[in-house]
Design a protein around this ligand. Structure first.
Ligand code: SF4
Length: 442
């Protein structure tokens, strides 16, 4: 038997969800330059690392679509064709950016400005309403370390971390021992508010099953009751008054509470008004005890995308450069709305797969126009692209910076080389900018 020579890299950051776990250990086969073992990762994070190994789904060379089939081309040819498409477009859309590192995101801003295009990230279909609400009423937040060490009441509202952020519970919010919570799970009371009896609800101390899209009514009823108002109702949002009273009492008597809210709250009927109400509730609870809240961000660097876009333009997502300066108007300049109105005429999708999660009518319009994809894997979006640039995977095959869901920046590590001659997202965007400037004579 031939003995395998391995290289072990420790303290690796997982580039999958917004928890950005920073304690993974990865074994890489030195000869094959493939990942053979991951320790400490959850199932979904581990799968992302293994997906970087060469496979039938991994691109290693740029491809251009011709007569409904793909041919592999040189990088120069792909840059040349992509630059032509983007220069001749009147309203190009640049979308994605939440599963790549901050330096690539910054290049995306530069390219959107150069093209006078629309720049958007995945917040426009997930926590965009949270950003709108935070702009309206502010947000009392802290770091995940604060919650680990201090929180004795943890509420998951419209979020299901057992599936979406599996190690969040073990590292920060439920089972973990903290400085002031030495007995871990026994020192915390867990509440889940959700229409579904999720796996997170099944391990909670109290499950409040709410009618779908009636979060706003329940949040405001709780706000009134926290202020001492007696409500003459038998139930609100499907929750019996007795249970709401029990919850209000728990909220007011804890030492340090936190609401972790997910897309169940941001994408139910009242959208950003739900988050306004949640933030206002948390603010009012601070008259009685210490209370904070935090959005459960999904893509590992969607927080970074919002921060980097805001540094550069003043706005976190849904930005239009068509007048030569950035304008912000979610609903008008957000990707799904633009696509539904068929207002774009070319697109560049970076590290994202909108074809898998946008409404079908908008995907149809996306595919009607030239589509350029920067993506390491075959996905419904990249498989329908006119040009595909195979990228090295940030956080596995190249370094970079990412922001955790609590806005703490963490440096991603490289554990192996990319297969073939893949460039990083940042290098691809840089070269595209150079080519466009050259063609425009700038
Ligand atoms: S919880 Fe998230 S960041 Fe942590 S290992 Fe799992 S997918 Fe990766």
């Amino acid at each position: 038997m031939v003995e395998r020579k391995l290289r072990t890299i420790s303290d690796v950051i997982c580039p999958f969800c917004g928890t950005l776990c920073d304690d993974l250990e990865v074994d890489v086969d030195i000869k094959e330059e493939t990942i053979v073992e991951i320790r400490n990762g959850c199932q979904i994070g581990t799968k992302k690392f293994f997906s970087s190994n060469p496979s039938g789904h991994r691109y290693t060379k740029p491809r251009i679509k011709e007569n409904d089939s793909f041919k592999e081309v040189s990088w120069d040819e792909a840059f040349d064709k992509a630059a032509e498409i983007l220069i001749s477009a009147k309203r190009p859309l640049l979308y994605g950016f939440s599963s790549t590192e901050c330096e690539a995101q910054s290049k995306g801003v530069e390219l959107a400005e150069l093209l006078g295009g629309i720049l958007d990230n995945t917040a426009s279909v997930c926590h965009g309403p949270s950003l709108l609400a935070i702009q309206d009423v502010g947000a009392p937040m802290a770091t995940l370390g604060d919650f680990k060490n201090r929180a004795d009441l943890v509420i998951f509202w419209g979020s299901n971390p057992v599936h979406a952020h599996p190690r969040h519970l073990g590292r920060y919010s439920e089972f973990v021992r903290g400085y002031f919570r030495k007995d871990g799970r026994n020192d915390r009371f867990i509440v889940v508010v959700d229409p579904r009896n999720t796996h997170t609800a099944q391990i909670a101390d109290l499950f409040i099953q709410i009618k779908p899209s009636e979060d706003y009514e329940l949040l405001n009823a709780i706000r009134a009751m926290v202020r001492g108002v007696e409500l003459d109702e038998k139930e609100i949002s499907g929750v019996p008054m007795e249970k709401i009273k029990e919850l209000v009492n728990i909220l007011k008597t804890c030492n340090f509470g936190v609401i972790f809210f997910g897309m169940g709250l941001t994408q139910s009927l009242a959208h950003h008004r739900n988050i306004d109400a949640a933030i206002s509730l948390v603010r009012e609870l601070n008259d009685h005890t210490k209370f904070l809240l935090m959005p459960m961000r999904g893509h590992y660097n969607v927080t970074g995308a919002n921060i980097v876009f805001a540094w550069n333009t003043g706005y976190a997502y849904s930005i239009d450069f068509s007048k030569g300066y950035p304008r912000y108007n979610p609903g008008e300049f957000s990707s799904v709305d633009l696509l539904m109105r068929d207002e774009i005429d070319a697109s560049l999708i970076v590290a994202s797969d909108p074809a898998s999660n946008f409404p079908a009518a908008s995907v149809k319009n996306l595919f009607k126009h030239p589509l350029i994809s920067i993506e390491p894997h075959e996905t419904p979006t990249s498989a329908n692209a006119d040009i595909n640039f195979p990228a090295a995977i940030a956080g596995i095959e190249c370094e970079g910076t990412a922001y955790r869901m609590d806005s703490v920046p963490i440096r991603l590590r490289k554990v192996k080389d990319a297969p073939g001659k893949c460039l990083s997202d940042k290098e691809i965007l840089e070269k595209l900018i150079e080519k466009i400037k050259e063609k425009k004579g700038e």
